[in-house]
Design a protein. Structure first.
Length: 292
């Protein structure tokens, strides 16, 4: 996703944000505004991962006329936290810094969970520790290959039963087929941003591919096999997590930069789910989020 392509998407996301399901009684107008500021920050930092072609002719980005400030550095990042582990001023200074300059690559894995809603901007160290424990317990079916509808309902809390009524094994089989095709076609632009994953061994890559049931990877390098297998695992898990959306082409391109930065699959899954809470209306079959 390029920065120059953000305007139409941001406009669509902003409108769709007003049509999200009713919030809890504790929600407020200020929290909605904060969520929108947070989403804009997310779009900015994710877009900053996309390589920019040097062969652009006379085309100039509207962002090129703006002076970009310095990125958020590790030392500055640490200074934003108080003694209780909470971001100062509920993260306002943090969000402004990210929007104006971006995030240093060395701390993206720490920063993005805050931007993508995994951790609250007012969360403490203790609260984030609790969230991490819940993530490892509640991430649905990562890297399990074939999943039956009965398994989904057997492992779902009562509050999710109504949301899963429309799910069928046929739906999942269709999503699974498209996910695997898209994952195998994923390009390698992410490689320069994740040296560790780029250097993955052939044995480790093929082991993960076998674990998720991927087979169409004979013509791929080990790093792309590994990347594709992670895409499959997380996108299939998301399809079960949000069966109303399931999977649509294009979602793999949004997940790709997230897993190139975040190596833990459960954290990457919830980061992606956090992004999709704001973007999901753009992937509905009736295209309501795009047309409004």
């Amino acid at each position: 996703m390029m920065i120059t392509d953000q305007k139409p998407l941001v406009r669509g996301l902003r409108r769709s944000h007003t049509s999200t399901p009713p919030s809890t009684p504790s929600s407020s107008h200020s929290s909605s505004s904060s969520s929108w500021i947070q989403l804009r920050s997310v779009l900015f930092v994710v877009a900053s991962l996309s390589p920019v072609s040097h062969d652009r002719g006379n085309l100039r980005s509207p962002w090129s006329n703006k002076r970009r400030k310095h990125v958020l550095l590790p030392k500055q990042w640490k200074s934003l936290f108080g003694s209780d582990g909470k971001l100062c001023d509920c993260g306002v200074k943090f969000l402004k810094k990210v929007r104006s300059g971006g995030v240093d690559p060395s701390i993206r894995a720490e920063v993005w969970p805050f931007l993508l809603g995994v951790y609250g901007l007012d969360s403490s160290n203790e609260e984030r520790g609790s969230v991490r424990n819940q993530m490892s317990e509640n991430t649905p079916f990562l890297a399990t290959g074939e999943i039956e509808k009965s398994d989904v309902h057997a492992n779902s809390p009562p509050s999710e039963e109504s949301r899963l009524k429309s799910f069928s094994s046929e739906d999942f089989a269709s999503w699974q087929r498209i996910i695997r095709l898209d994952a195998a076609r994923a390009n390698d632009e992410w490689v320069i941003y994740s040296p560790a994953q780029a250097a993955v061994s052939n044995t480790k890559a093929r082991k993960l591919a076998e674990r998720v049931g991927s087979k169409d990877y004979d013509n791929l390098e080990p790093c792309r096999i590994y990347h594709a297998a992670r895409l499959v695992a997380i996108l299939e898990a998301y399809a079960l997590h949000d069966p109303e959306i399931g999977y649509c082409q294009g979602m793999s391109d949004l997940l790709s930069p997230i897993i190139s930065v975040i190596e833990e699959d459960d954290v990457a899954f919830w980061c992606f789910a956090g992004f999709m809470r704001k973007a999901r209306y753009n992937f509905q079959l009736d295209e309501v989020g795009i047309r409004r």
